[in-house]
Design a protein around this ligand. Sequence first.
Ligand SMILES: Nc1nc2c(ncn2[C@@H]2O[C@H](COP(=O)(O)OP(=O)(O)OP(=O)(O)O)[C@@H](O)[C@H]2O)c(=O)[nH]1
Ligand SMILES: [K+]
Ligand SMILES: [Mg+2]
Length: 493
Amino acid sequence: MWRGLWTLVSRAARGPHSPRLCTRQGSGYRAPGSGATIFALSSGQGRCGIAVIRTSGPASGHALQSLTAPRDLPPARKACLRLLSDPRSGEPLDRALVLWFPGPQSFTGEDCAEFHVHGGPAVVSGVLQALGSVPGLRPAEAGEFTRRAFAHGKLSLTEVEGLADLIHAETEAQRRQALRQLDGELGDLCRGWAETLTKALAHVEAYIDFSEDDNLEEGVLDQADSEVRKLEVALGVHLRDARRGQRLRSGAHVVVAGPPNAGKSSLVNLLSRKPVSIVSPEPGTTRDVLETPVDLAGFPALLSDTAGLREGVGPVEQEGVRRAQKRLEQADLILAVLDASDLASPASCNFLDTVVIPAGARNPNGSRQRLLLVLNKSDLLPAGRSDLHPDLPSHLLLSCLTGEGLDGLLEALKKELAALCGDPSTGPLLTRSRHQHHLRGCLDALGQYKQAKDLALAAEALRVARGHLSHLTGGGGTEEILDIIFRDFCVGK
Ligand SMILES: Nc1nc2c(ncn2[C@@H]2O[C@H](COP(=O)(O)OP(=O)(O)OP(=O)(O)O)[C@@H](O)[C@H]2O)c(=O)[nH]1
Ligand SMILES: [K+]
Ligand SMILES: [Mg+2]
């Protein structure tokens, strides 16, 4: 390899046009009000065994000493038992474990203190009031600890998002995905891609600067082209997957549909383990679309109960049917329910013909509508005759009444949802539309690189592409994005 090229690689990495890639050096962004020392209850509200109160900022050490006087500061990062008392009155508040984290080796990068107190409301409010009386301390805003961690380069933007998702994760799959993002996998991936672009840029710049020079190795530009082509493929794969990561974050849309009285509402109540919908023997009970968030076999889903599909009914039910059909069009997955003891009825046949069979056919872009066919009320079938329907599309037998077949249904749902949401244990997913936006921007810029007639324009396109990757991880992150992300956080985080 030509000797000067690696100097150029590093020059391109630092170059005047290159936005600094946010690694562990600090985001270059200063958290608002960052001079103050903040404090907050960081564990959950309410009565509990132990509550954790923490502070961050330059007066943390003074605050810790004020509450534990006359003792000195404990050794760094070692839990010590101390009597806490109110610095104004000297009144004892609690005997508690305290920890001292001098910056920069702390969560926020600043001096931090932690008080692990007994979780009674009076103890917690006593310690919070005592901290409030220490000069230079004020209560923290929502997300302020994390914001400071970001400002000091302790977390990248994608890691901050991972942390927000982890706090809000309600299902196992969401937790796994958030943890991976918090571990920095998405950020690492982007940084790897950015490095590839930096190298390609170095090749192009080398060509611009030294093409007259005999020393330049053959094929320098071809090398850049091939790097860009490989990157395009990788970005394309992730973008195609993008909807999955977002579904995992916000829940797949699962729509329960079928003819009247098939037991749709009974199934929704069974899956959500609460009485969401009214169940009655009267056909046409459900009219509006009823949505409920549920954890289906470890995946988050938004489950919709809909009106039974049939014709020739009054105007209110007709409106219900129209809404049901509209919801079906938006479904990520249809849970089609039929009454196993009533398969020959016109409503059942019509539903099979208009919803179930068409879903199995491929649409123009080659994909199918995902659908699980459930034959409910299997308890009404004659004993030992559960194989009555060889000519139906593949289906599962279920009884909402006895619960028989529920495990099989959950297993099938898990498979479908894993395909829809992606498996968070196989690789980092794009969890937000912001991620998608920057990857698309990067891909567009690579398209411009390929079309550029002039090498200076080609180099500029590579810089734009790299800028998008850098923005994704928070390099040059704008206030606006930060506000949106930190708004999701709770006080104390
Ligand atoms: N035997 C039996 N009855 C069931 C089962 N599931 C539901 N049912 C009964 O079937 C009737 C209709 O149930 P729903 O859940 O209201 O049916 P639906 O499909 O929501 O009905 P609409 O909202 O009117 O379209 C009720 O009387 C339920 O108790 C089952 O597995 N076995
Ligand atoms: K009903
Ligand atoms: Mg119903």
